[in-house]
Write a protein that binds this ligand. Structure first.
Ligand code: ZN
Ligand code: ZN
Length: 313
């Protein structure tokens, strides 16, 4: 399966400010020497050697992650934050365009649904959209953000065929099965696990990890143990997580402990705080790696979620 990231911020879209762009440009110029601009090759080498927080950005869109299962033309979409708009743009360039989307919603906080009205394929009559969540009232929740005075276009204007599903069991599709688990978040959120028979992927955003998530009971073990990849809420530093106790999000170090507890092979830090700049986020990644070394939690691969990231399992 192929995992792709279209939106990785939590809470609110966080576009780059011009002051941030200016400070990146001046930091790059400070590093530049006359030899670096001698030829196209030296320029390329200089750019390739810049740290990722200077030459690029983590991205400012809210959560949207997709899975393409092997040998299936369908697109599985996890949450419809503002990142889903870019997914719509990208698929419009694909030939043939996908005609079946299955959207799984962790919950209905704005940052997880606000991109849906801007998802191009949903206005295409040749497209079928299947919506899933274990939350009741999925249809009214999604319709509710597309009514006056919040939005000028009603959901009925989306010409795609739409099916709404209350998830109360495993969803089995050609090429894989999707199960869910309730997590600790105000109003509840759900994580999803995709099993294609070869690999297990977990999408676990908007969760404040607690002792219950570490318990080695049957339910936890079945869901988390030995997963190949987890995309997990790492919104805060440890200090901030203590200050924001009960806000429904986790510190990156607790997420690392959690992944180690369940022997998960690869963890992606996700749902970045909108107030953290690129440099701070890469520092958090570095601290998380340092933490695994210090705590002797070797063997966990750590990646920072960035827009455009792709991981093949
Ligand atoms: Zn969120
Ligand atoms: Zn939330």
């Amino acid at each position: 399966m192929l995992v792709r990231f279209w939106g990785v911020r939590g809470s609110l879209p966080a576009p780059q400010l011009s002051s941030q762009v200016r400070s990146k440009i001046s930091a790059i110029l400070e590093r530049l020497t006359p030899e670096d601009i001698e030829s196209p090759e030296t320029r390329e080498r200089f750019l390739a050697g810049l740290p990722p927080w200077l030459f690029g950005t983590v991205g400012g869109n809210t959560p949207c992650v997709t899975i393409n299962l092997d040998d299936s033309p369908e697109v599985l979409v996890f949450d419809a934050g503002s990142g889903i708009r870019e997914l719509g743009n990208a698929v419009s360039r694909e030939k043939p365009n996908p005609s079946q989307y299955r959207l799984f919603f962790s919950h209905f906080h704005w940052d997880h649904i606000q991109g849906l009205p801007f998802f191009g394929p949903s206005y295409d009559p040749a497209v079928t959209m299947d919506f899933y969540t274990p939350h009741r009232d999925i249809e009214s929740f999604l319709r509710g953000q597309m009514v006056h005075p919040y939005f000028p276009v009603h959901m009925d204007s989306m010409a795609s065929k739409k099916n709404f599903h209350l998830m109360n069991d495993v969803v089995t599709l050609k090429g894989g099965a999707i199960s869910y688990k309730k997590m600790n978040h105000p109003g509840d959120s759900y994580s999803f696990m995709v099993n294609d028979g070869k690999h297990r992927f977990i999408y676990a955003t908007d969760t404040e990890l607690s002792a219950a998530d570490f318990l080695k009971n049957d339910e936890n073990t079945r869901f988390f143990k030995d997963a190949d990849l987890i995309v997990i809420d790492c919104q805060y530093t440890l200090g901030e997580a203590i200050e924001k106790y009960n806000w429904g999000h986790s510190a990156f170090s607790l997420a690392v402990d959690f992944a180690a507890n369940w022997r998960i092979k690869h963890m992606v830090l996700f749902h970045h705080d909108p107030t953290y700049n690129d440099r701070k986020l890469y520092n958090i990644l570095q601290s998380a790696r340092w933490y695994t070394e210090r705590m002797n939690l070797r063997g966990i691969e750590l990646t920072l979620a960035t827009e455009g990231l792709e991981i093949k399992l």
